[in-house]
Design a protein around this ligand. Structure first.
Ligand code: HEC
Length: 192
């Protein structure tokens, strides 16, 4: 009986000992991994910072530091690549989807214009960080300027919060051209 108990307690203690580190082990790498991946992401973002991002990362914000504004714009404009088929694409439907597919509540993954702009009046969940784009195509704006603004907003407005979608390769030139087509089409819900 004594022997039995002893084996029992040894086994029990063994179990507790075995379980505890296991539980700690299971949690520790998880927390570490989460922290590390955030840090890694942060580090990666910093490493990617180009000279223009650096010029914009200053307490004054929206005013580039260390680069003259006209030079800044000129250099950003020089990065804009134009699609072979011209700045007005043919696939208006794709443009609408990239702008923010209404079927999915306007939340396109890459264009995501509704995060900051309103547009299609049917999409009421829209942002106001940027100006409304309702009726944008009726203003007589040159589609080339629209293309440049989407490709690299900093060619127009240095340090803007609007992402430089073409410059960063988030959208391809042909995809931006389709967004331009959608925005300038008189039948687009934006312009009705
Ligand atoms: C993170 C916010 C943000 C996102 C996302 C964004 N924009 Fe903008 N956009 C702005 C802001 C802010 C402005 C106002 C000018 C400035 O500060 O650059 C602007 C200005 C514009 C203008 C000029 C408007 C005018 O009347 O002159 C156009 C065109 C435009 N955005 C199109 C788009 C399109 C198309 C998308 C999606 C592909 C988009 N934006 C995504 C923030 C954003």
């Amino acid at each position: 009986m004594k022997k039995f108990l002893m084996i029992g307690s040894v086994l029990g203690a063994g179990l507790i000992v075995a379980c505890q580190p296991a539980a700690e082990k299971a949690e520790a790498p998880k927390a570490e991994k989460k922290k590390l991946s955030k840090y890694e992401k942060f580090k990666m973002a910093l490493a990617k910072q180009d000279k223009y991002q650096k010029a914009c990362s200053n307490p004054k914000q929206l005013v580039p530091e260390g680069i003259d504004i006209e030079t800044f714009k000129k250099e950003m404009l020089a990065t804009v690549k134009f699609p072979e088929g011209g700045v007005v694409g043919k696939n208006i439907k794709r443009g609408e989807k990239l702008f923010g597919d209404p079927k999915r509540g306007g939340k396109s993954r890459r264009g995501n214009c509704y995060a900051c702009h309103c547009g299609d009046p049917k999409i009421i969940a829209c942002g106001n960080i940027g100006p409304t784009l309702r009726g944008y195509g009726n203003k007589g704006i040159d589609p080339k300027d629209t293309y440049i603004r989407i490709y690299n907003s900093w060619a127009v407005q240095p340090c803007s919060v609007m992402p430089r979608l073409g410059y960063h390769g988030i959208l391809k030139p042909e995809e931006i051209a389709d967004i331009v087509a959608y925005m300038h089409d008189p039948n687009s819900p934006l312009n009705k």
